[in-house]
Design a protein around this ligand. Structure first.
Ligand SMILES: *Cc1c(COP(=O)(O)O)cnc(C)c1O
Length: 367
């Protein structure tokens, strides 16, 4: 049997005819940026997440960057003010902080690969302006504790929800907890476009207006530029594709959770640690991350059995060449996660038989 890590072509083939119609409608509308599709998607996505506002952006990195730039303007944060980010995440989380002229302060993660709240508290200084938790792999960070910490210390909370479309905690969706949240619709995400796309969700109308202005060349009114902004807009074609796929998101996430249950119930191996003991409901399983001290050996064994896997991520941020000035720091959980994590096949088009085959093959990995 051959089980690819992710068959994106099959994921999108399920929507082929509706996507073709959507694409044709945009083509014939004669309007390609900032039109009715973007507006409608923003309304539909903010209703889905449960926030008052949504602003489409060109990608997830821009969504994060624009939130931080807008908060910096609105709250009068000084250059270099500190934002606490997990040391173990995709680099965009921290890069957005740098791009906004702020300083990322790395913090270790907990057993669930998300921001360790107690360690975050110990890193708060008079220069700290925000916490930036990531719902890594689709699993919600401990938002109640993070919001309590933020309230105690007068900090903003920005969620990186790029991997967590539709994830819920205490009945509230990812993207509705913080002061603002960033989403990515990169094709491989749980809600993926057919190209780059992103969005910000927030209840703060003034902040949303500022973000829209910053992403549209600093203009609220065409050709009247209040500040030097960026070009970061959700185009009509991507918005139309996202509108086709959004109604299927919950069903797709439930399918990912069903695959995760098969993995959790079937995989038994002394060298393999499964994620989220007793806490699997808080994830929409963008990734199914197992841990093993024998990763290289296991990955090539699975590959020989026709099973595709990936590593998310081989280096924590403080070990990246791009963050050379942080090399002296040490974050044991982040380092161990980077050394041991292996992502199993996971997608809404994976069959039960394929998941069973992955589990059985893992169980036969030699002792
Ligand atoms: C994908 C991703 C981003 C960035 O999204 P892009 O659309 O690729 O810019 C940010 N943070 C996390 C955690 C991601 O997985």
């Amino acid at each position: 049997m051959n089980v690819p890590f992710l068959d994106l072509k099959a994921v999108n083939a399920r929507f082929a005819s509706a996507l073709a119609v959507a694409g044709r409608d945009v083509l014939h509308s004669g309007w390609y940026i900032y039109g009715t599709q973007c507006q409608a998607f923003e309304q539909e996505f903010s209703r889905y997440v449960g926030t008052a506002c949504c602003v489409g952006t060109a990608n997830g990195l821009d969504a994060l960057t624009l939130i931080l730039q807008a908060m910096k303007l609105k709250e009068c944060w000084s250059d270099g003010a500190e934002v606490i980010v997990p040391a173990f995440t995709f680099i965009a989380t921290a890069e957005a902080v740098n791009r906004a002229g702020l300083t990322p302060v790395f913090c270790d993660v907990d057993e669930n690969f998300t921001l360790d709240v107690r360690k975050a508290e110990s890193l708060v200084t008079p220069h700290t302006c925000a916490l930036l938790p990531v719902h890594l792999y689709g699993h919600m960070a401990d938002m109640p504790a993070l919001l309590a910490l933020a309230r105690r210390r007068g900090l903003k909370v920005v969620e990186d929800a790029a991997q967590a479309h539709g994830a819920t905690l205490d009945g509230r969706k990812a993207g509705s907890w913080g002061d603002a949240a960033a989403f990515s619709f990169y094709p491989g995400k749980n809600l993926g476009a057919l190209g780059d796309a992103g969005a910000v969700t927030t209840d703060d109308e003034a902040l949303a207006g500022l973000i829209r202005m910053l992403g549209n060349y600093g203009a609220r009114k065409k050709y009247y530029h209040e500040v030097l902004g960026a070009n970061s807009r959700l185009d009509e074609l991507q918005a139309a594709c996202l509108r086709v796929k959004l109604p299927a998101l919950d069903r797709d996430n439930r399918r990912r959770q069903a695959i995760a249950r098969i993995y959790a119930e079937s995989i038994r191996h002394p060298d393999i640690r499964l994620p989220y003991a007793g806490d699997a409901d808080a994830s929409v399983f963008h990734i199914y991350p197992i841990r093993t001290p024998r990763r290289a050996e296991l990955q090539s064994y699975l590959s020989r059995a026709g099973i595709g896997t990936l590593i998310h991520y081989p280096l924590p941020l403080h070990r990246q060449a791009a963050y050379a000035s942080y090399h002296a720091l040490s974050f044991p959980h982040a380092e161990q996660a980077a050394a041991e994590e292996l992502s199993l096949p996971m997608s809404p088009v994976l069959t039960d038989e394929e998941a069973d085959y992955v589990a059985t093959t893992l169980n036969h990995f030699s002792l």
